[in-house]
Design a protein around this ligand. Structure first.
Ligand code: GLA
Length: 391
C-alpha cells in the first residue's frame, strides 16, 4: 500500500516536472519567435532611379526588431530583397531579383512583383461578364497572363508609410483605369506590405471598382531559402491541399478539381521538390515541372495554412497562410541561366520557386470556380503572410 502510494506520488512529481519542462520549452520557443528587440524597428526610403517615361521610383527599407529586412520599391510594388536568419542566426537574402531598376525594366519574369489585375491566366484573353464580351491583351501565346502587356508589375505605385504596434510597413496604391489591358472599370487597388516582429512578411490587398470586373491580385516572389546558393530541388514542400486544378497544354485549367492522391502533385506530407518533378505524369509535362494551382483545404474564410517550405542545410522554414482559396506553386521551370541577378548570381534552371496565393486561374470562364468578380460598392480584401523561422 505504502509502496503504491510512494509510486503514485513519484509519478505525480515526474509528470509535474515534465509539464514544467514542456511549459518552459514553449516559453523559450515564444521567446525565440517574437524575441527581445535585437534591432530597432525602422523604415527608410530613398530614390531608386527613374523609369524611361520619367517617373521617379523609391525604394523602402523595412527593418523589424529581429533584424529581418525587406526592401520594396514603388515600381511594380516589387520586393527587391528579403533577409531571414538561418539556424545559426546568419541573415541571407532569400528572394531572387536585381540590384537596380534598369534590370527590372529590361527583363523580369515577375521577380518579387505584384501581379494583376488578374494574376495567372485567362484563356484566350476573353471572358463575358453580365452579357458583355471583353477582350484582354494577350501576352502568353493566345492567353492573357498576369495582367497583360503592362500589368501591375510594370507600373509605378503611390506610396505611404504604415505603422502598426508590431510591424512596420508601406502602403502602395494604384489606379488602374477603365479599359486598361482590356479590363472594365476604374479599379483603385492597394497593397500594404508589413514586416512584423514575428518575422512575417504580411501582404494586405484591397480594391474597389466603378464597374464589375475580375480581380485576382497576388505576389510573385521567387524564394530560394539557401540564399540562391543552388537550385531549389532539395527544398521540402508541404501544400495543404487535397486537390489541384489540372491544365491543358496552354496551362489553362480544364475545370476539373482532381484529387492529388496517388499523383506527383501530392504534397500533403512535406516532400522534397525534386523527388518527382521529372516524372512522366502528363500534368508535369505541360508545365515543364510544377506550375499549377492547388485547391487549399480552407477552414472558413479566415487565414488558412497554405504551404510550408523547409530547407535542411540552413534550417529555414517558410510558412504561408492566406485568405485565398488557391495557391500556384511554380518551380522556376522557365529560369534557364540567361538571367544574372543580384550579386552577379546566374539564375539557372529552378533557382527559385513561387507560391502565389490566388483564386484559380481562368475563373472568369469557369462558372464552377469561386468567383473573382468585384462589383461596385463591394471591397476586395485578401491577406497573405510569409512567416520565417528555423528548425
Ligand atoms: C507564373 C506562371 C508561370 C510563369 C511564371 C513566370 O507562375 O504560372 O507559367 O509564367 O509565372 O515566368
Amino acid at each position: 500500500m505504502l509502496r503504491d502510494k510512494a509510486r503514485r506520488i513519484g509519478l505525480t512529481v515526474l509528470l509535474a516536472m515534465v509539464a514544467v519542462t514542456l511549459c518552459s520549452c514553449d516559453t523559450t520557443k515564444q521567446w525565440i519567435r517574437s524575441g527581445p528587440a535585437k534591432t530597432e524597428m525602422s523604415r527608410s526610403a530613398k530614390p531608386f532611379g527613374t523609369t524611361p517615361d520619367g517617373q521617379a521610383v523609391r525604394l523602402y527599407t523595412l527593418r523589424n526588431t529581429q533584424g529581418m529586412t525587406a526592401e520594396i520599391m514603388t515600381y511594380g510594388a516589387i520586393v527587391v530583397s528579403l533577409t531571414a536568419p538561418d539556424k545559426d542566426g546568419n541573415f541571407n537574402d532569400i528572394v531572387l531579383g536585381y540590384d537596380n531598376l534598369a534590370d527590372y525594366i529590361k527583363v523580369s519574369p515577375y521577380f518579387g512583383a505584384i501581379v494583376g489585375r488578374y494574376g495567372n491566366r485567362i484563356g484566350k484573353g476573353k471572358f463575358t461578364l453580365d452579357g458583355t464580351a471583353y477582350t484582354l491583351a494577350t501576352n502568353d501565346g493566345e492567353n492573357h497572363l498576369h495582367g497583360g502587356l503592362k500589368g501591375f508589375d510594370k507600373v509605378v505605385w503611390d506610396d505611404a508609410p504604415v505603422d502598426r504596434s508590431d510591424a512596420v510597413g508601406v502602403k502602395l496604391s494604384y489606379l488602374s483605369q477603365d479599359g486598361e489591358e482590356g479590363y472594365p472599370g476604374n479599379l483603385r487597388v492597394s497593397v500594404t506590405y508589413l514586416l512584423t516582429n514575428r518575422n512575417e512578411l504580411r501582404i494586405e490587398y484591397e480594391a474597389t471598382t466603378d464597374k464589375a470586373t475580375p480581380v485576382n491580385v497576388t505576389h510573385h516572389g521567387y524564394f530560394n531559402l539557401t540564399g540562391a546558393q543552388r537550385n531549389i530541388l532539395d527544398h521540402e514542400l508541404m501544400l495543404n491541399a487535397d486537390r489541384f486544378t489540372p491544365v491543358d497544354a496552354g496551362l489553362i485549367p480544364t475545370g476539373e478539381l482532381r484529387p492529388v492522391e496517388g499523383t506527383p502533385m501530392d504534397f500533403r506530407k512535406r516532400t522534397v521538390i525534386g523527388a518527382r518533378i521529372d516524372n512522366d505524369y502528363e500534368q508535369l509535362k505541360f508545365g515543364g515541372g510544377y506550375d499549377h494551382n492547388w485547391v487549399l483545404n480552407q477552414k472558413g474564410d479566415g487565414m488558412t495554412l497554405a504551404a510550408e517550405v523547409y530547407e535542411p542545410t540552413t534550417g529555414r522554414l517558410m510558412t504561408v497562410r492566406t485568405t485565398e482559396p488557391g495557391i500556384q506553386f511554380y518551380a522556376g521551370n522557365f529560369l534557364d541561366g540567361t538571367i544574372t541577378g543580384k550579386d552577379g548570381v546566374v539564375y539557372k534552371h529552378r533557382y527559385g520557386f513561387c507560391l502565389e496565393t490566388q483564386h484559380y486561374p481562368d475563373s472568369p470562364n469557369k462558372p464552377d470556380f469561386p468567383s473573382t468578380i468585384l462589383r461596385p460598392g463591394r471591397v476586395y480584401k485578401t491577406t497573405t503572410t510569409y512567416a520565417f523561422s528555423t528548425r
